[in-house]
Design a protein around this ligand. Structure first.
Ligand SMILES: Cc1ncc(COP(=O)(O)O)c(C=O)c1O
Length: 375
């Protein structure tokens, strides 16, 4: 028979998450700590702006780069949050769209991409699809930024270092001093940093440090999905300050023309309203949920780090199981959905818990997990 599926598809392994979903599908009203999204709905003014945009006929393709009014607003935001005076911006279909275009624009077969491990799943799979080689930097058990290990891993083939702070799956936030040290260590190398800051609003114990303060050769990736709960609206953006990275954005724009075409136009209109919204109430609520979950787990599990951001905990599975996947299977049998760490890591020692649910569910779920750890 004629071969249909490209060999490269064999490089992608979706089995980890699929297993959880398959097991979870049979459960009635599970305690769901598996999904990586906020539990609040899109704030009303943003919804109203999207509805109005649709009703007023803003339903056609936008320019490939995005609506001019949104780009201006995003540029103002980037200028306010970085030392960059004249950033270039591309509006993308979610941060995922930005990641795909960025990797496609720069990765050649054999190129090395340095990924602190654990990592957000998309990085590994897209890099591998493109023939790139992931160089994993073990950050266990504190999930900080291992500057020396990253610097030592740079070779002539290194194309990029990917940073994600606040991080998925750990909720760790990098220290300003570590980011400064990494910038210094990379300064002479010319290595591109891709800084995925999609959780930038979700920083609970102080301001969110960014490599953009120290390293101009950075492609900044941000999104609207998490901050405004619009995961289904597919809105994100990239920004850059240095001329070489602005060239990367030009190439990404070319690719966007032939792939996504543009980000969804009515949601580009609504995203402008989103940028004016104050989401601090939601952030405060998630800080409390973080404290509730950590408080409940800490005497029964090894946490080993400060989960200071995003909305995840990455928790070591107890010693009474051979690996984290076994513990996750047991948890699911007890109606609690969590994700095994091997989905986000080369190790299978931890599990990810997303605490964006009601306080009651957090208490119930934590109690079940603690019970399993003791049994
Ligand atoms: C670290 C990180 N980056 C990017 C994304 C993609 O977000 P979106 O494509 O919804 O903007 C996610 C979503 O889970 C994420 O956790």
């Amino acid at each position: 028979m004629r071969k249909l599926i490209a060999d490269r598809m064999g490089l992608i392994d979706a089995s980890g998450i699929r297993k959880v979903f398959a097991l979870g599908a049979s459960l009635k009203d599970p305690i769901n700590f598996s999904i990586g999204l906020p539990d609040f709905d899109v704030p009303d003014p943003i919804k109203a702006a999207a509805i109005e945009a649709i009703q007023q006929g803003q339903n056609r393709y936008s320019q490939t780069v995005g609506l001019g009014t949104l780009i201006d607003k995003v540029r103002d935001r980037v200028r306010a949050q970085t030392p960059w005076d004249d950033p270039k911006v591309l509006i993308t279909s979610g941060a995922s769209g930005a990641l795909l275009l960025a990797f496609m624009a720069v990765i050649e077969p054999g190129d090395e991409v340095i990924l602190p491990d654990p990592y957000f799943v998309i990085y590994k799979h897209v890099v591998r699809l493109l023939g790139g080689r992931c160089v994993y930097i073990d950050t266990y058990p504190d999930f900080g930024l291992p500057v020396d290990k990253i610097a030592a891993a740079v070779t002539d083939r290194t194309k990029m270092v990917v940073l994600n702070s606040p991080a998925n799956p750990t909720g760790a936030v990098y220290r300003e001093s570590d980011l400064r040290d990494l910038a210094e260590a990379l300064d002479e190398t010319g290595v591109l940093v891709l800084s995925d800051e999609i959780y930038d609003h979700f920083c609970y114990d102080g301001p969110c440090a960014s490599i953009t303060d120290h390293y101009e050769h950075t492609l900044l990736v941000k999104g609207f999905s998490k901050s405004y709960a619009m995961t289904g609206w597919r809105m994100g953006y990239v920004a850059a300050a240095s001329e070489p990275v602005k060239r990367v954005i030009e190439e990404m724009t070319k690719l966007q023309q032939y792939t996504f075409v543009c980000a969804p136009t009515p949601f580009q209109v609504a995203a402008q309203t989103a940028l004016d919204m104050d989401v601090s109430e939601y952030i405060a609520a998630y800080r409390r949920k973080r404290d509730l979950a950590v408080g409940g787990l800490k005497d029964h599990f090894e946490l080993g780090y400060e989960p200071a951001g995003a909305f995840y905990l990455f928790v070591k599975a107890p010693d009474n199981v051979p690996d984290a996947t076994t513990f996750v299977t047991r948890a699911i049998e007890h109606n609690v959905l969590i994700i095994p760490g091997c989905v986000f890591s080369e190790k299978d020692t931890h599990f990810r818990m997303c605490y964006t649910t009601t306080d009651e569910k957090i208490r119930q779920g934590v109690e079940i997990l603690c019970g399993l750890a003791g049994s």
